[in-house]
Each structure stands twice: as structure tokens, then as C-alpha cells.
Design a binder for this molecule. Structure first.
Ligand code: 218
Length: 189
């Protein structure tokens, strides 16, 4: 198999795993962390933003295939299931500095880069949900609460929980499993 095919298979498997994790039962509806962010961010850090964005896009599209889309309007769906999910690949912008640090054995530096990548991914994704939240989901706000504040509390906490869950996993994996982030088959970039 060519190197590119290996990466594409990894991208597809990552999206599938992320989707399975998205199917975990919700315990607090929109406040629940997005556990699928874990494999997606690991993969993006490993293979870079281009493939990360592709895998994020696939994860978003899988929601349509499995009829897991909350549809309010066309632009809402594009914003929350295409744009928001492909943002998860932005963690891959930290691929180079992370891999350089790992090769030199600088584990805490590597961890910082991984966390910056995770932040870029979750922040941009939840900004999309925040914007969709006050434009499209405002009518779900409790009486008297502004749509902006409602969306901020819901999506701010979901984004923060997601980021914290990913940090916990990175804290364990970056120092103990550097090979996850240093693939043998290199991307041509
Ligand atoms: C205030 C509010 N409620 C619900 C949504 C919709 N939303 C939030 C987070 C994640 C996702 C994608 C599927 O997990 C969706 C559709 C919102 N944006 N704002």
C-alpha cells in the first residue's frame, strides 16, 4: 500500500472511531464533552492539518449517514456538521513543532505543542457551535436568558469539558507513547 493510502485509511478509521464515541449516551445533552475529539486530535497531531481536516470532515459527514444530525436549517447544519467538525483537524498545525520536540526528547515542550493544537481545534469548533447557538438555538434558552449568554454557557462548557478530556489523554500519551505521534510512514510536506 502506498504511504498516502495508509494515511487515508488511518483518516477513515479515526473518523469511524470518533463517530462511535459520539454515539455514547448523552448524560447532560449539549453539555456533554465530545469524546470523538480524542482520536481526531491524536490523528491530526500525527498526520498534520490537511489529513486532520479530511478526517474531521468525514466525522461530520458520518452524522448524516447515521441520521444523527439535529436539523434546524440548511446554514445551521453546514456550520455545525461541516465547518465545526473540520475545525477539529486544526490541531494538525502543531504537527511539526510537536514532532521536532519529540525527536529531541523534549517531552514537556512536546506536550505544550500538543495542548496548543488541541486548543486550536476545540476552540474553533465550539466557536462555530456558539455562533449557531445564538443564531439558531436561541428559542431553547430559559425564559429571560439572552441567546448569547445561553449559547455561551452551553457551548462554552461543552468546549471546555472536551478540551479538558483531551488534555488528560495527551498528558498520558505524549510522554508515554511518542510513537503515536511519530509515524513511520511520513507525510510529504
Ligand atoms: C445552545 C445550543 N444548543 C445546541 C447546539 C447544537 N450543537 C451543539 C454542540 C455540538 C453540536 C454538534 C453535534 O454534536 C450541535 C449540533 C448549539 N450549537 N447551541
Amino acid at each position: 500500500m502506498s504511504k498516502n493510502s495508509v494515511i487515508l485509511v488511518e483518516a477513515a478509521l479515526t473518523a469511524a472511531l470518533a463517530m462511535v464515541l459520539s454515539l455514547l449516551p448523552d448524560f447532560a445533552s449539549w453539555f456533554t464533552p465530545s469524546f470523538g475529539a480524542i482520536p481526531l486530535i491524536i490523528f491530526s497531531l500525527r498526520r498534520g492539518a490537511k489529513y486532520g481536516i479530511l478526517s474531521g470532515l468525514l466525522w461530520g459527514l458520518l452524522h448524516f449517514l447515521l441520521a444523527k444530525v439535529y436539523y434546524l436549517s440548511f446554514s445551521q447544519v453546514i456550520l455545525e456538521y461541516i465547518l465545526a467538525f473540520l475545525c477539529m483537524g486544526f490541531a494538525g498545525f502543531m504537527q511539526n513543532p510537536l514532532q521536532q520536540a519529540l525527536k529531541k526528547g523534549h517531552k514537556s515542550k512536546a506536550l505544550s505543542y500538543a495542548i496548543i493544537g488541541a486548543f486550536a481545534a476545540t476552540f474553533t469548533r465550539y466557536v462555530c457551535h456558539y455562533i449557531a447557538g445564538f443564531i439558531f438555538w436561541g428559542s431553547y434558552a430559559p425564559k429571560g436568558m439572552s441567546p448569547f449568554w445561553y449559547s455561551f454557557t452551553v457551548n462554552g462548557s461543552a468546549g471546555l469539558f472536551t478540551f479538558l478530556v483531551v488534555i488528560l489523554v495527551l498528558l498520558v500519551l505524549v510522554p508515554s507513547q511518542p510513537k503515536f505521534f511519530l509515524p513511520k510512514t511520513k507525510t510529504k510536506s
